[in-house]
Write a protein that binds this ligand. Structure first.
Ligand code: DAH
Length: 367
């Protein structure tokens, strides 16, 4: 009897003291397991007479019940505690600031791409696309630049042999200009058309302001009434938004492109000194893009009647815009994949450009 009482007290005490589920299980086995102390006592009942068996049996069952109950509630408490500890160690504090040195940067060309898309997107332009490897029809012929046209010499083209033809006129090119997307768009779509086509372009050229691969954005608007005044207004709004200035002097100089007539180059006002370029004021001019009214031959080549429709187009270098806006002196460094350069000139990934939230996010380069 006393023995049983001591066993109960000791076991309950051990249960109370148990630090983890493993220790608790050991206590259970020691008392109630096959060879447990209480189990042994139960086995001893067999040799007793009926009355004694009944009495001791009842007591043993009571003790067993108490121990089982204590084991269960302790198990619940320990499980809850273990879970809480696990959650504590696995907790992530989402309010912690990011470690800036560990995240990548957005390349200035991608940033300019986003900015240009945001501005023209706001004006209702769609983004159109075309292949990097083009045929001469889309890159030249349909753009009013047939074979042997002197304007072909304006661009240092990379040709790719056509495995199915020895005729040089059938060779492919890596597109020299995103103007090819004008043709692809007009082939698929009837006016009204209002697209921009940002993308990669290629020419055999290499110095501080030229690389064999570079980026352009093309613009095309075709509708029943589309005028040079519309073109000027559109580009004026663009440069103001892009350079984030309330006003900016602009001028158009007559120029020549085979696919536009008349053609012009647009300059913006600036102040140039040996060490600095300030855009938006001063007596100097900086050329930033080519533009003009779509040549009737281009519309005809795409099955659009030039008697019914007119259009304007423009094209500019995205990399050049990045150099101007963010003061990056050498274009070749853009494509050297140097992380130190990217850390210096790149942008934080979450600062997305938008017309309402800010284009360059206060010019906030991630330095
Ligand atoms: N494709 C021309 C170039 O690469 C740029 C250009 C000029 C595009 C005038 C146009 C345009 O759409 O109208 O130099």
């Amino acid at each position: 009897m006393e023995n049983l009482e001591t066993l109960k007290i000791q076991t309950l005490e051990q249960i109370n003291q148990a630090q983890d589920i493993k220790a608790l299980e050991a206590i259970r086995v020691a008392a109630l397991g096959k060879k447990g102390s209480l189990t042994e006592q139960m086995k001893g009942l067999a040799g007793l007479d009926v009355e004694a068996k009944k009495q001791l049996g009842q007591q043993l069952n009571l003790v067993k019940g108490e121990i089982e109950q204590a084991l269960n509630s302790k198990k619940q408490a320990l499980t809850a505690k273990e879970l809480e500890e696990k959650l504590k160690t696995e907790k992530i504090d989402v309010t912690l600031p990011i470690r800036e040195e560990n995240i990548g940067r957005i390349h200035p060309v991608s940033k300019i791409y986003e900015e240009v898309v945001a501005i023209f997107g706001e004006m209702g332009f769609e983004v159109a696309d075309g292949p990097d490897i083009e045929d001469q029809f889309h890159n030249f012929n349909a753009l009013n630049t047939p074979a042997n046209h002197p304007a072909r010499q304006m661009q240092d083209t990379f040709y790719i042999p056509n495995p199915e033809s020895d005729n040089f006129d059938d060779s492919y090119v890596v597109r020299t200009q995103t103007s090819a997307v004008q043709i692809r768009t007009m082939e698929k779509k009837q006016p009204p058309i209002r697209i921009i086509a940002p993308g990669r372009t290629y020419r055999s050229d290499y110095d501080a302001t030229h690389t064999p691969m570079f980026h352009q954005v093309e613009g095309l608007v075709v509708d029943k009434v589309t005028t040079f005044a519309n073109l000027k207004g559109c580009l004026y709004d663009f440069v103001k938004a892009f350079f984030e200035l309330d006003d900016i002097p602009v001028r158009y100089r007559p120029s020549y492109f085979p696919f536009t007539e008349p053609s012009a180059e647009m300059d913006i006002g600036c102040k140039k000194s040996k060490t600095e370029l300030k855009i938006g004021a001063g007596n100097d001019w900086l050329e930033i893009l080519g533009c003009g009214m779509v040549h009737p031959n281009v519309l005809k080549a795409c099955g659009i009647d030039p008697e019914e429709y007119q259009g304007f187009a423009f094209g500019m270098g995205l990399d050049r815009l990045a150099m101007l806006k963010y003061g990056i002196p050498d274009l070749r460094t853009f494509f050297e994949a140097d992380v130190r350069w990217l850390k210096h000139y790149g942008f934080m990934p979450l600062d997305e450009s938008s017309m309402t939230g800010g284009l360059s996010n206060n010019g906030g380069l991630a330095r």
